[in-house]
Design a protein around this ligand. Structure first.
Ligand SMILES: *Cc1c(COP(=O)(O)O)cnc(C)c1O
Length: 403
């Protein structure tokens, strides 16, 4: 179904507020939530046409829904892609990506530093079906290039990474993928389209966990793939219709409304994050800060070019300590001293969230694997929210000043 017509050349912030299906006959200004599993057909002939071609009209909630369509069209407009398809979670979007593009014998190249469940999905679950995966260093283009095989179908990247904020050069990876006859998919969860549009840099497909910044208020799970209209309609939509990783209309409505404030939230959260990164860099109890917005970040120049001049809203830092036990004790002291920030592992919320990576997101790795990944016991990740920056700094100082 087509979005309502808007004048050409509108800015992304305007598209984020205005792109949607046309209003119903009641003229609602805020997009309607169509909470229905089925759609009544005017006659058997129309019903037959719609079942044969879902573009003709709505039939059943597993296939599509007007609220979900509005979310898909708004997100696609913001990413600058022709189309998008919504899924129940971010992981469901990556599952859909793999189901659409891979079959037994196919090969995937993926950064070693991507989201843990993504690693498991490619290595374990797709491995069961005869898909081979090679995991490479996020920042080493030569390793990506050297991993290419004749049967390579997909390069999968996430930038910046969690929690150490390493970037990859999307344009350079797109060249590696295309020279190999493969596609490049980028998980754009950390930057969102407010900062980074991977297809403008040559990526073929963009993955989203709508659970994070797109909702932005920590309420619902959602996901999406953005890409060319033909691929969305011919490759991915039939799988969603068959396999049912459909986004629920209520969740679609929440994320649709979340997109309206994405730009303004991201800019405010990035500004907060930069101020906090500077504060941490100057604190004597902090030995290292990982934040692409800082000039000390090894890929600062690439971040500024690739992420609209903004560093994102996730700041990680190492606290002082001489051995793993002391480091962990110090990190726990900082975390346990907060009175405002939430101790949790989510991110992309208006509420700032603090976590100890070595015992949460990376807790299932061995100490050796963690060391190799650069995740020490003194590492703390802060997903910066929308509280006043001075209050977040004061909350961190409570523990840091005691070390
Ligand atoms: C959270 C996350 C996912 C998975 O999204 P869900 O909505 O939790 O399934 C994928 N990629 C990244 C980078 C994430 O942070």
């Amino acid at each position: 179904m087509k979005a309502k017509t808007l004048p050409p050349g509108l800015h992304r912030d305007t598209l984020a507020v205005r792109t949607a299906l046309p209003a119903s006959q009641w003229g609602e200004n805020s997009e309607a939530l169509y909470l229905t599993s089925g759609f009544v057909q005017p006659d058997a002939e129309t019903s037959a046409r719609r079942f044969a071609n879902p573009q003709e009209g709505y039939t059943y909630g597993r296939t599509s829904n007007p609220t979900v369509s509005s979310f898909e069209q708004r997100l696609a407009a913001m990413e600058g892609t022709e189309a998008a398809i919504a899924t129940a979670t971010g992981m469901a979007a990556i599952l859909l990506l793999g189901m659409g593009l891979l079959k037994a014998g196919a090969h995937v190249i993926c950064s070693r530093s991507v989201f843990g469940s993504t690693l498991n999905l490619f290595a374990k679950e797709f491995g069961k079906f005869g898909v081979a995966s090679t995991f490479v260093a996020q920042t080493d283009l030569q390793e990506w290039q050297a991993a290419v095989r004749p049967e390579t179908r997909l390069l999968f990247a996430e930038t910046p990474t969690n929690p150490l904020t390493d970037l990859c050069d999307i344009r350079a990876l797109a060249d590696v993928a295309h020279n190999a006859g493969a596609l490049l998919a980028v998980d754009n969860c950390f930057c969102s389209p407010a900062l980074q549009r991977p297809t403008e840099l040559g990526a073929d497909l963009v993955i989203h966990s709508g659970t994070k910044y797109l909702d932005g208020q920590g309420r619902v799970m959602a996901g999406a793939i953005c890409g060319p209209e033909k691929m969305i309609a011919d490759v991915f939509a039939p799988i969603v219709r068959t396999a049912g990783m459909t986004l629920a209309p209520f969740n679609a409505w929440v994320v649709l409304k979340g997109l309206e404030t994405l730009g303004i939230r991201m800019r405010a959260q990035c500004a907060n994050a930069l101020a906090i990164a500077h504060f941490l860099e100057s604190h004597p109890a902090v030995t290292r800060v990982y934040y692409p917005g800082l000039e000390s970040h090894p890929q600062h120049a690439l971040a500024m070019k690739q992420q609209s001049g903004l560093g994102g809203a996730v700041v990680s830092f190492d606290v002082r300590g001489s051995d793993p036990d002391t480091l962990r004790r110090h990190a726990f002291k900082v975390i346990d001293s907060v009175e405002v920030i939430s101790i949790a592992t989510n991110l992309g919320d208006t509420k700032s969230i603090i976590s100890h990576s070595a015992t949460t997101s990376h807790g299932r790795l061995s100490e050796q694997q963690r060391q190799a990944a650069g995740i020490g016991q003194g590492l703390i990740r802060l997903a910066v929210g929308l509280e006043h920056g001075d209050d977040i700094k004061a909350d961190l100082a409570r523990g840091l000043d005691k070390l």
